[in-house]
Design a binder for this molecule. Structure first.
Ligand SMILES: *Cc1c(COP(=O)(O)O)cnc(C)c1O
Length: 392
């Protein structure tokens, strides 16, 4: 970003690019595995570190660098780097911090594959993880002495458990423990963990940052030093780099991120409130309807869950929906549902070892960009079609 851009708002910066070659208004996609040198001396300069030319796309690609700058600006970090998936961002980041014999403290109910990575994969390399109740700062602090890393994700799981990221960051600092927060749910629009004292922020960019359900990707943001450690010590060897074409799709997604998030926020709240008033809904888990402390969130997005009453046949309900599709993931333009009765792992049953159960009649719902009245009508007619013993 040029100095001039520092006075621009986030929304403007996301649609404002540096000038590209040939006057191209969109960043060119450098679909090239390698970058040749102008002459012998240019190659010498690059290898001695005196010049910045990209060499090979596993390490460095000019399209990806445009994305990295935008993500760093958005999360207010010193540096960002993209990966071929959210899990690649998460695993590379964790592996840049821990060594065999280290201990990680992680909040319960994190994303299922993050949980499996810590509990299975990391344990094989003698890196153990203590899972703690993230809603209880005293429980977090009790495990911090001697730990290397505190891993957070707020809010998390279908039940929307919150952590006070600011309090957790300051406890971790006191004990010399590095912090990572998965900020996929909130997006950089609604929560900025780096501003709250967190060291590194990871995102599944497959969700809101892409926003179009056509890309699997991940990003990490933090200080120049900590992201540099990932870039030097882990990323080249695990090799899960994002392709330039996918980087360009994420740059496109970023342009509308603030607009999309406003829509997801409005529609999500509207549908959540209407569900909460419905006779066949037992509970709605949406941070906007909770009494909990979500003061660090400036908006909510479209992902939440509700518990279906016994009077509704869940398979029938799912099959009666015409707009909502049955599918995992979220953050795109389309509305989706996932019933806990089918997707146990998605719902968090993987965390049985840490005392966690999602009620079997929970349904996760993602409100997309469709007209919220159409979405409500779709749900309302599915309730009618699937109701047992009902005359209405
Ligand atoms: C989807 C998701 C991930 C994993 O990201 P991928 O892009 O699927 O690898 C990590 N954390 C959260 C909170 C997610 O929703």
């Amino acid at each position: 970003m040029t100095k001039k851009n520092k006075v621009l708002t986030t929304e403007t910066q996301l649609v404002h690019d540096e000038r590209h070659a040939e006057g191209a208004i969109a960043p060119p996609i450098y679909q090239s595995s390698l970058f040749a040198f102008r002459d012998y001396q240019a190659m010498v300069d690059r290898y001695q570190g005196d010049a910045h030319q990209a060499v090979y796309s596993r390490i460095d690609n000019p399209t990806n660098n445009v994305l990295h700058d935008k993500i760093a600006t958005l999360e207010r970090g010193g540096e960002a780097v993209a990966f071929a998936s959210g899990m690649a961002a998460i695993s590379n980041t964790i592996l840049s911090i821990v060594d065999p014999g280290d201990r990680i403290v992680c909040v319960k109910h994190v994303y299922p594959d993050t949980y499996r990575f810590l509990r299975g994969f990391c344990a094989r390399f003698n890196v153990v993880t203590d899972f703690v109740d993230g809603t209880d700062p005293a429980e977090i602090e009790a495990r911090l002495p001697g730990a290397k890393l505190l891993y957070l994700e707020s809010p998390n799981s279908w039940m929307m458990q919150e952590q006070n990221l600011e309090a957790a960051a300051s406890l971790a600092k006191k004990h010399g423990v590095t912090t990572i927060a998965d900020n996929s749910w909130a997006s950089p629009i609604n929560q900025r963990p780096l501003d709250l004292g967190i060291d590194l922020v990871v995102h599944s960019a497959s969700k809101y940052i892409s926003g179009h359900s056509d890309t699997v990707a991940g990003v990490v943001v933090g200080s120049v030093e900590m992201v540099g450690q990932i870039n030097r010590n882990v990323r080249p060897y695990l090799g899960a780099s994002l392709s330039a074409g996918d980087a360009a799709r994420l740059i496109r997604g970023l342009r509308t991120l603030p607009l999309r998030l406003r829509r997801h926020h409005d529609s999500g709240l509207q549908i959540a409130r209407r569900l909460a008033e419905h006779a066949d809904v037992m509970q709605v888990c949406h941070p906007g309807l909770h009494k909990k402390d979500f003061s660090h969130l400036t908006g909510y997005g479209g992902l939440f869950s509700f518990e279906m009453g016994e009077a509704v046949d869940i398979p029938k309900f799912c099959d009666a929906l015409e707009i909502f599709r049955l599918g995992v993931s979220w953050g795109g333009y389309e509305s989706l549902i996932v019933p806990a009765g089918v997707a146990h792992n998605q719902a968090g049953q993987h965390n049985a070892a840490v005392d966690f159960r999602v009620p079997p009649r929970m349904i996760r719902l993602f409100t997309g960009l469709e007209d919220p009245n159409d979405l409500w009508n779709d749900l309302a007619s599915a309730f009618k079609a699937a109701g047992r013993n009902r005359s209405d």
